[in-house]
Structures are given as structure tokens and as C-alpha cells.
Design a protein around this ligand. Structure first.
Ligand code: MG
Length: 382
């Protein structure tokens, strides 16, 4: 059923630790199942996407975001004859390495780790599935297939790429990842662009009037109002966002189909050697999506209220890092046992792993336990 250029069990580059093949599942299906059962996956429920977890029950969290990415990814994969299980596995794992408090949390932790090789959430996602999850007797991590790990690692510095060996090679040789990895990258973008419009409107931080300046929104909204002039405002927004997703997904499928046909690729290795990505939106839709992204960056992610909350979050992460660096014995047993004796950078890494693994609310609780109350604790109250 799969297209010849899709990732297949028969062309998989396998797992780091050899294992017998699963009896009644495919290899990538097993990856997906392992991801769903790991602790880092459950923690996504209480990690911020844009809005702090307890600001409201309806806002996206990293968990619901990841599920939306998987939904969009699977639709596209099925339409193009690609491997749905692999697409789902990469989607569900792509944000596992995120710190609490979204991008502000990651930036703060990266700053704290400045002298110790930094912190990057994408690399951390790989570290979670390769090392940090301890669930199997025979190997560390989840021992996922090469293709799933390839999809998780979206970008990488040359230095890190050299350290990562086989998996890092494509960044040095400027090769592409498999099609499923390419497609999840775009499904991620489609998911957050659209759900951030929805959450932004629900929160009142964005207005329909403001969004009229964004072509992607304005076109679909005008069509909805033309067809259903009496529609209640909230429902009109849902109908608009639904149409926006459908519009960009349809374009992505049709444009990628054309690219795949004309490229002549027949095998996943042809895809990897191809000079450019083969899953891509048309130039016109890419431009519209860029416009939406710029709008969200300016009006939502940099909104005064979001920034205020995020500044508090940055302080929480910094404080926690400093407290543990000053006295690593304050770490819970499970992390204390991993502390090396005379290597500051390795100690810092254990602390970064611990902080990165925290949910928003756990980080706040640890902060309250170890330090004075949060600078402006009201900012975090539901
Ligand atoms: Mg994401």
C-alpha cells in the first residue's frame, strides 16, 4: 500500500540495540507505542504551548498540540502513500524535550547552560528517547528506529552533528531526511499557526478585526460570512480555522504530489540525496503562511500579557538552576544518583535534564518549595 519512496520496515536502518522484530506490529508502530507509554509523553499535558497550563481548560497544551500534529500528519501521509505509523511516531515525540513554559523556558535554560554546551529542546527530545527514559531492561531510552530519531532531530549544529555519528551525518552532508520527517515538520507549523489563531481569539488577546490583515484568515473568514451571514461569532471562528487548515493541507498534498512525480525518486535513499525537500507548500501558500507567522509573532507571542507571564517563567527557571548548581544534593534521589563527582558541566547537564523534564506546575511547586514565592505569583493563578 505504501509508495516506493515511503519509509518501510524493509528499508529501515534499524535500532541502536538489535531486537527481534515485533510479532504483530510494524517497526514504526512499535516506536509510536513506546512513545505513548513513556513518562515524558504524559508530561506534555502540563506543559505550555503559548498559554500557561492553568490559564484555562480549553487552551492547547503540548499534548493536545502533538495530537493535532499527528492528526494533520497522518492525513497528509495517507494521501501521499507515506508511512502513517512513522509519521505519527515522529509527531508524538517531536516536542518531548520541551522545557516548562514554552520557548521562554527553553531560552532561559539555554542561557543558564551557556558555559556547559547549551540547551536546545530539539536535541533534548532526542536525548529523552535515546537516554533519559529508563523503561526497558535491555537498553537505555526507548531504542527507537533510525527513521523516527531522524525525524525528531530537525536541526543540529555541525559540532553536535559530528558527535551524533550516523544520525548527524545528513547535517554535514546537507542531505534531506525521509519524507515522513519532512512532512511532520510542516504539520507542526500548520497545527500551531492555526490553533494559535483559535487560542488567541479565545483568550481575547487577538481580535477578528486585527486578523483581517492576514490574507489566510481574511480569505476564509469572508467566505464563511458570505455563506453563513447569521453564524454566531464563535462558530464563525471555528469554521474559519477549520477551512484555513483544510486550505493549507490540500495545497501541501497537491504540491508535494507534483514535486514527487517530477523528481523521479523511487526509494527513501533517493529522497535523502535529493537536493531539496519534496514535501512543500506552493510558493503562494508559503507566502501566506509566512504572513500569518509574522502576525502571530508580533501580536500574540510578543503580547504584553504573554510576555509578562513568560518573564516570570524565565525567573523560575533561572532560580531553580542556580539553587541546584549551588547545592546539587537538593535534587531528587533519582537525579542525585547520576551526579558525577568532579565535573561541573556534567552536573549542570543532570540539572538541565531535571528542569527540562518539569511540567509548568511542577516547576512552580519546586520553586515555591526551594525559594521564596514566585516574584509575581498572581501571574500564575488560574
Ligand atoms: Mg511542535
Amino acid at each position: 500500500m505504501l509508495a516506493s519512496y515511503a519509509a518501510q520496515d524493509s528499508t529501515s536502518r534499524g535500532r541502536q540495540h538489535a531486537e527481534p522484530s515485533p510479532l504483530h506490529r510494524g517497526e514504526h508502530q512499535r516506536d509510536r507505542d513506546r512513545i505513548i507509554h513513556c513518562a515524558a509523553f504524559r508530561r506534555l499535558e502540563y506543559k505550555t504551548q503559548v498559554f500557561i497550563n492553568h490559564e484555562g481548560d480549553l487552551f492547547r497544551t503540548r499534548l493536545t498540540h502533538s495530537i493535532e500534529v499527528a492528526q494533520i500528519g497522518r492525513s497528509i501521509a495517507r494521501a501521499l502513500g507515506l508511512n502513517e505509523d512513522l509519521t505519527e511516531a515522529i509527531s508524538l515525540a517531536h516536542d518531548l524535550g520541551h522545557t516548562p513554559f514554552g520557548h521562554s523556558g527553553q531560552d532561559a535554560l539555554n542561557e543558564c547552560m551557556h558555559d556547559y554546551d547549551g540547551f536546545e529542546h530539539n536535541l533534548q527530545s532526542l536525548r529523552v528517547v535515546d537516554v533519559l527514559e529508563e523503561r526497558y531492561a535491555d537498553f537505555p531510552g526507548l531504542n527507537l528506529t533510525f527513521e523516527t530519531r531522524e525525524g525528531i532531530l530537525k536541526h543540529c549544529s555541525p559540532k553536535k552533528a559530528r558527535e551524533l555519528g550516523e544520525l548527524g551525518k545528513r547535517f554535514l552532508e546537507k542531505q534531506q531526511p525521509g519524507l515522513e520527517a519532512q512532512l511532520v515538520n510542516l504539520a507542526d507549523e500548520i497545527a500551531y499557526n492555526n490553533h494559535d489563531v483559535d487560542d488567541g481569539l479565545r483568550s481575547g488577546l487577538l481580535s477578528v478585526e486585527q486578523l483581517q490583515s492576514v490574507t489566510l484568515f481574511a480569505e476564509q473568514y469572508a467566505e464563511v460570512m458570505r455563506r453563513y451571514p447569521q453564524l454566531a461569532p464563535r462558530r464563525a471562528i471555528h469554521e474559519t480555522v477549520r477551512r484555513m487548515i483544510n486550505y493549507v493541507v490540500t495545497d501541501l498534498i497537491e504540491n508535494s504530489r507534483r514535486l514527487l512525480e517530477t523528481s523521479g525518486v523511487k526509494h527513501i535513499d533517493d529522497v535523502r540525496r535529493h537536493p531539496a525537500a519534496l514535501i512543500a507548500a506552493s510558493a503562494a501558500v508559503r507566502e501566506k503562511s509566512q504572513e500569518l507567522k509574522r502576525f502571530l509573532r508580533k501580536n500574540l507571542y510578543a503580547h504584553e500579557k504573554v510576555m509578562h507571564m513568560m518573564n516570570q517563567a524565565v525567573q523560575v527557571v533561572r532560580d531553580l538552576f542556580q539553587v541546584f548548581m549551588r547545592d546539587p544534593r537538593l535534587l531528587p534521589d533519582q537525579y542525585r544518583d547520576k551526579l558525577p563527582s568532579h565535573n561541573e558541566a556534567a552536573v549542570a547537564r543532570v540539572i538541565a535534564d531535571y528542569i527540562a523534564g518539569m511540567t509548568d506546575r511542577y516547576a512552580l511547586r519546586e520553586h515555591a518549595r526551594l525559594l521564596a514565592p514566585t516574584p509575581d505569583s498572581k501571574a500564575f493563578l488560574p
